[in-house]
Design a protein around this ligand. Structure first.
Ligand SMILES: CC(C)(COP(=O)(O)OP(=O)(O)OC[C@H]1O[C@@H](n2cnc3c(N)ncnc32)[C@H](O)[C@@H]1OP(=O)(O)O)[C@@H](O)C(=O)NCCC(=O)NCCS
Length: 184
């Protein structure tokens, strides 16, 4: 099955996302992240940090897949590293397992390349590290320290991953990653 075949894709800057689109995206994210503490739904289409750019697939006018990007500098082993911080990666449960996620990662990668970024970066649970790995993302030791939604600083217990975009993975510095902010 190729569930990605009949989708239309759009790339939208955050200021251009309409209230109706936020509602529809919030509903999509609520369907995809059923155990999240974030109250995704009407008017709430982000978790912690707001993204600046979203890549969205639509079917029959409704969003069915979504990936979001925020450019930022991480501090890695004390050095500033520019990344596209990626999050809110989601495929409608009705379409999962059919290749839409792979297409989403490919389009996310192309978007990071279009922004001329050296690296993509994300944190994720162990259960989806294999998915990102299939899209070219590379697990790095990290760990990542970041500000939680409640304002406390934590060392994230999950997986830290890097996508080599315009720089080779050998240019990624070893050592702890400090996000110094919220995850997307
Ligand atoms: C994770 C998610 C985006 C994957 O989307 P999808 O459309 O099911 O993915 P695809 O069918 O395109 O699969 C792409 C590849 O990833 C693999 N894959 C998919 N989910 C996986 C998982 N959880 N673990 C390991 N590999 C996975 C597939 O086997 C496939 O590999 P292949 O190309 O070698 O065959 C989707 O399951 C989802 O939205 N889940 C809920 C939200 C979520 O957890 N998002 C990630 C937040 S960090």
């Amino acid at each position: 099955m190729n569930a990605a075949a009949d989708l239309s894709w759009a790339c939208t800057w955050e200021d251009d996302v309409t209230a109706a689109e936020h509602d529809a995206l919030g509903a999509l994210l609520a369907r995809c992240f059923v155990r999240s503490r974030t109250p995704f739904g009407p008017g709430r289409s982000w978790s912690s940090a707001r993204p600046e750019l979203r890549v969205v697939a639509h079917a029959d006018g409704q969003p069915v897949a979504h990936i979001a990007v925020l450019r930022r500098f991480l501090q890695v082993d004390g050095r500033a590293v520019l990344v596209g911080d990626v999050g809110l990666v989601a495929v409608d449960p009705a379409l999962q397992g059919g290749g839409v996620g792979a297409e989403l990662l490919a389009r996310g990668s192309a978007t990071l390349d279009g922004l001329e970024l050296p690296f993509g970066y994300l944190t994720c649970g162990e259960q989806v590290a294999g998915f990102y790995g299939s899209g070219g993302w590379v697990r790095v030791p990290g760990p990542t320290r970041m500000v939680r939604a409640d304002g406390r600083v934590q060392v994230y217990g999950g997986v830290s991953m890097v996508l080599p975009v315009r720089a080779g993975i050998e240019r990624w510095p070893a050592g702890q990653v400090d996000r110094n902010g919220w995850e997307v």
